[in-house]
Design a protein around this ligand. Structure first.
Ligand SMILES: Cc1ncc(COP(=O)(O)O)c(C=O)c1O
Length: 397
């Protein structure tokens, strides 16, 4: 059976980390995968998370299966982060949330649901987008298309082109939008732009699917949700795939959610029944621990404060590292203007490095960056920034 199997290509992002781990170079630098690192280059467990785990260790009484969609209280907590504390969707039967294994799990459930229940509508992704979007939705057998998003000459969103392209998309298709901290460009829509996009989607009968993996990494938990909330005020139907991997540092606990808003409660009951079917035939029910941590922090005012402070510290470190990188590139006389890096938001920066630059950086300098030139700014520290800039100088000039 297995003799005929050919080797699959490595994952464009996680495959690089495998190569990085195998690289013997003592001063290798990994700026590929989207994981937060502190000033020491470590991915810490947040103190609020550790404290919540102590509480759980004492109070947990069962490891019994969770419902297919997870704890309803977790769902309500997710919707409070997404829509705000007094939003009608917290208790409105039009909105349902299922706890999924990470944001990726939520995207795959969304893909399966659209493919099976809506006869595989075309999903339009931003160009560029997170590399795994294509993989996940192709695996779910959704046809894919793309809309222009980024202007490489100005390093900002090419909004005119984006709107023009969305204006051509037929009714019944689905458009994926990044809630904040667009991956890989770090360029987000303004609130007015969200408004315009929302109105256009509504007018044309296009379903928005918001991928919201970085809430709190751009400006703050509430601030970063403004675009999504604007969209939710305009569109009666939408899907949100969210994740606590990054903002709680719960990467390996696999804690995310899919939230679907339908036009009325009757439609939602049907949607939920189909959603459960997709989940039951995939992983059956979600892993409990990460969601229990999020809920414990959420329900304890002190822990919530602590989490907020820790999230703020992560965000501030990323922003000061952006400035550090720009300053150091200038200090090392690297040709080009990199000031745009400080205007980008979230963990990533679209550096402008070409695939050829990236290849040389990996092969000759042990600096690991994804092919598109996207760098994880959080992987830069005071200790490695000079070596990084020397390597960039060597390939860029
Ligand atoms: C844009 C985007 N969406 C979704 C995810 C999924 O995150 P996870 O499955 O780790 O929660 C990521 C993670 O890198 C991402 O960058």
């Amino acid at each position: 059976m297995f003799e005929q199997v050919t080797v699959a290509p490595p994952d464009p992002i996680l495959g690089l980390t495998e190569r990085f781990n195998a690289d013997p170079s003592p001063d290798k630098i990994n700026l590929s995968v989207g994981v937060y690192k502190d000033a020491e280059g470590k991915t810490p467990i947040l103190h609020a998370v550790k404290e919540a785990e102590k509480i759980l260790l004492k109070e947990e009484t069962s490891k019994g299966y969770k419902p297919m969609t997870g704890d309803p209280a977790y769902g309500r907590c997710v919707r409070e982060y997404l829509f705000g504390e007094s939003h009608p969707y917290l208790d409105d039967p039009r909105a349902v949330t299922a706890h999924t294994p990470g944001g990726t799990g939520a995207l795959r459930v969304a893909g399966d649901y659209l493919a099976k229940v809506h006869n595989a509508p075309t999903l339009h992704l931003s160009d560029p987008t997170w590399a795994n979007h294509k993989g996940v939705f192709t695996a779910a057998e959704l046809p894919l298309d793309s809309y222009p998003y980024f202007d490489k000459t100005t390093n900002t969103v090419d909004f005119a082109k984006m709107i023009e392209a969305i204006g051509q998309i037929p009714a019944g298709d689905v458009v994926l939008l990044h809630g904040c901290c667009h991956n890989p460009t770090g360029a987000d829509l303004s609130n007015e732009q969200w408004q315009q996009v929302g109105q256009l989607l509504k007018e044309r009968g296009i379903l928005p699917l918001v991928d919201f993996a970085y809430q709190g990494f751009a400006e703050g938990v509430e601030e970063d949700a403004q675009g999504l909330r604007t969209l939710a005020n305009i569109c009666d139907e939408l899907i949100v795939c969210s994740s606590f991997s990054k903002n709680f540092g719960l990467y390996n606990e696999r804690v995310g959610a899919i939230t679907i808003v339908a036009a009325n409660a009757k439609q939602q009951a049907a949607v939920t029944s189909q959603l459960k079917l997709c989940i039951r035939t995939n992983y059956s029910n979600p892993p409990a621990h990460g969601a229990a941590i999020v809920q414990t922090v959420f329900n304890d005012a002190d822990l919530r404060h602590r989490w907020h402070d820790e999230l703020t510290a992560m965000r501030n470190r990323i922003n000061s590292t952006r400035q550090l990188l720009v300053d150091k590139l200038a200090e090392h006389n690297v040709s080009g203007d990199y000031s745009f890096i400080t205007a980008q938001r979230g963990m990533f920066s679209f550096s402008g490095l070409t695939p050829e630059h990236v290849k040389t950086l990996i092969d000759e300098h042990a600096v690991y960056i994804v092919n598109s030139g996207r760098i994880n700014v959080a992987g830069i520290t005071e200790k490695n920034v000079d070596r990084l800039c020397q390597a960039i100088k060597a390939v860029v000039g």
